[in-house]
Ligand binder design. Structure first.
Ligand code: 2AM
Ligand code: CA
Ligand code: CA
Ligand code: CA
Length: 263
């Protein structure tokens, strides 16, 4: 497998898809809802996923694709090469704000993350990493992360996970929010992972993410020494939904030990 050439190919495919998304703002965007009224999808999410799939199937017929919109393969094993793709991560932002969304892609070999990409389309900000070769922000190498105590940390967390909900004893998360320096919520898991990797926030957590939300970002975050697990401290599940936390190493321990109580 020539990972260098797959890397160059993936980068150019992502840039081309980003261009298509920017151009899409000149056309009418059709909006549907999926699981509930606020779970949105557009024709552009679908078109971009189909664009990736047609290219990858043409040029790498033996590779499989696991995409949010379901046009790829049925994936129930991690064998071989799998492209884990979210064509637009942050669809609500795409629709309401026309910014703050990303293309997220992770390329895995037998379950091991080899190449990771997050493209912040409207800012033309590109984050990528290759296994054991470091992580980059617009081709500048990202530094290894230093630990930050919770009192000085900015945590990425959606307010709905702090309000009472059925998945978690919410008080520990509320305590964490009080104890940390500040919180942010960007509405795109991939962008929040990119922000952890580039040191703009110190941790990000969510009670429900899918493989394509985290597949690219985990590879990038790992290269700068961040720890990414589910809330039990295990490797996140790459075949279905799971809880998720990524943070600087000491902070990851501190949050999991003191502030997460799963029901
Ligand atoms: P999306 O925009 O690709 O759907 C929003 O806080 C983050 O959570 C985004 O990364 C969003 O991805 C993801 N997300 C939104 N709804 C979700 C759902 N029902 N299940 C899993 N992830 C979801
Ligand atoms: Ca979605
Ligand atoms: Ca997503
Ligand atoms: Ca998506």
């Amino acid at each position: 497998m020539n990972w260098g050439s797959i890397d160059r190919y993936a980068k150019s495919l992502i840039k081309e898809a980003g261009h298509k998304i920017r151009v899409s703002f000149f056309s009418t965007i059709d909006i549907d809802s999926k699981a509930d009224a606020n779970d949105l999808v557009t024709n552009i999410d679908r078109d971009i996923e189909r664009f990736f799939i047609s290219r990858i199937k043409r040029d790498f017929p033996e590779h499989r694709i696991f995409g949010e919109e379901g046009f790829g393969d049925e994936i129930d094993t991690l064998d071989g090469v799998i492209w884990m793709l979210d064509p637009i991560d942050g669809t609500m932002n795409f629709i309401h704000q026309k910014r703050n969304f990303a293309i997220s892609l992770g390329i895995y070999l037998d379950g091991i993350g080899m190449l990771g990409y997050i493209y912040d389309v409207m800012n033309d900000d590109f984050y990528h990493a290759a296994k054991d070769e470091g992580a980059y922000y617009n081709d500048e190498r990202l530094a290894t992360l230093e630990n930050t105590p919770l009192e000085e940390a900015i945590i990425g967390v959606n307010a709905s996970w702090v309000a009472p909900n059925r998945r978690i004893e919410h008080m520990p998360i509320a305590e964490m929010v009080h104890k940390c320096r500040g919180t942010r919520s960007y509405g795109s898991a991939a962008m929040e992972l990119a922000y952890v990797a580039s040191g703009r926030i110190d941790a990000y957590l969510s009670l429900r993410l899918s493989p394509w939300d985290i597949a690219g970002g985990m590879i990038i975050a790992r290269e700068v020494g961040a720890i990414a697990t589910n809330m039990k401290g295990e490797a996140p599940h790459l075949l279905g939904q799971d809880t998720f936390i990524v943070a600087k190493p000491g902070l990851h321990d501190e949050i999991l030990k003191n502030h997460i109580l799963l029901k």
